[in-house]
Ligand binder design. Structure first.
Ligand SMILES: NC(=O)c1ccc[n+]([C@@H]2O[C@H](COP(=O)([O-])OP(=O)(O)OC[C@H]3O[C@@H](n4cnc5c(N)ncnc54)[C@H](O)[C@@H]3O)[C@@H](O)[C@H]2O)c1
Length: 245
């Protein structure tokens, strides 16, 4: 019960890595609030409750500033705290650079970078009230070394690292730590469109020789979200089987 009495918001928690984070946080005693666009978030929360955990789902976009303000206030008014923000929601709109449209650029930056800015700026004042906060944000190996077809995504994920390091500097005095996690290839709906022969080829290039599972990534979110990680701030933790060396 490493997160007993903690209240955690997990964006993009309906499926994939976010679902694993939500389940692990709840298993460790946190009250989990899932923010996602997909209705399946209700099933994810219900599954957690069925196993004895505490979880609710709110259908919301991380880009909707007014709605996030309302929901964050509601969480604080209900629970008297907002301890952990797992900024996990993210999208891809891959296209080789010369073919990438302005809309594809804007959408990915809007969700993956500005959405994180908005959620964090709105939640942090509530963390400050209890002098405790854990911000953990999804970066990616693509943000560290680039990836074909992902100029928009790589820019957003690299931006996360810079923003995280700035938060670490600015917010540490309030008992708030800020860290990023850079997953390598992880088997989720996001990567499901990649043909199997290609993903099998990826696995051969990973030093540990297998693709990540959502729970592999969630374990990092657990550590960085826990009180034990109080002296860890401003880092980007690669969870990628040894790819980003
Ligand atoms: N899967 C990978 O290989 C991989 C690798 C590196 C980084 N990541 C990052 O990890 C995070 C989770 O990825 P995943 O593989 O689980 O993806 P996924 O597509 O399976 O899940 C992403 C979730 O985010 C939600 N979401 C998207 N836009 C949203 C919005 N505007 N508001 C609220 N929720 C929104 C989706 O509905 C979905 O439930 C993402 O930020 C992704 O960029 C994934």
């Amino acid at each position: 019960m490493r997160l007993a009495n903690k209240v955690a918001v997990v964006t993009g928690g309906a499926r994939g890595i976010g679902k694993a984070i939500s389940e692990l946080y709840a298993q460790e005693g946190a009250t989990v609030i899932i923010w996602d666009l997909l209705d399946v978030g209700e099933e994810t929360a219900a599954g957690i409750r069925k196993r004895g955990g505490k979880a609710t789902f709110t259908k919301i976009s991380v880009t909707d500033k007014a709605a996030i303000e309302v929901e964050a206030k509601r969480i604080f008014d209900t629970h008297g705290r907002l301890d952990i923000l797992a900024n996990n929601a993210g999208i891809v709109r891959d296209k080789s650079f010369l073919k990438m449209t302005e809309d594809e650029w804007d959408l990915v930056i809007d969700v993956n970078l500005k959405g994180v800015f908005l959620c964090t700026q709105i939640c942090v004042p509530y963390m400050i009230q209890n002098k405790f906060g854990r911000i953990i944000t999804a970066s990616s190996t693509s943000g560290m070394r680039g990836n074909f077809g992902q100029a928009n995504y790589s820019a957003a994920k690299a931006g996360i690292i810079g923003m995280t390091k700035t938060w670490a500097v600015e917010l540490g005095k309030y008992g708030i730590t800020a860290n990023a996690i850079a997953p390598g290839y992880t088997v989720t709906d996001m990567t499901a469109t990649i043909p199997e022969e290609i993903s099998a080829g990826f696995a051969k290039q990973i030093p540990v020789r297998f693709l990540g599972e959502p729970m592999d990534i969630a374990q990092g979110y657990l550590f960085l979200g826990s009180p034990e990680a109080r002296f860890v701030s401003g880092v980007c933790l690669n969870i990628d089987g040894g790819v980003a060396r």
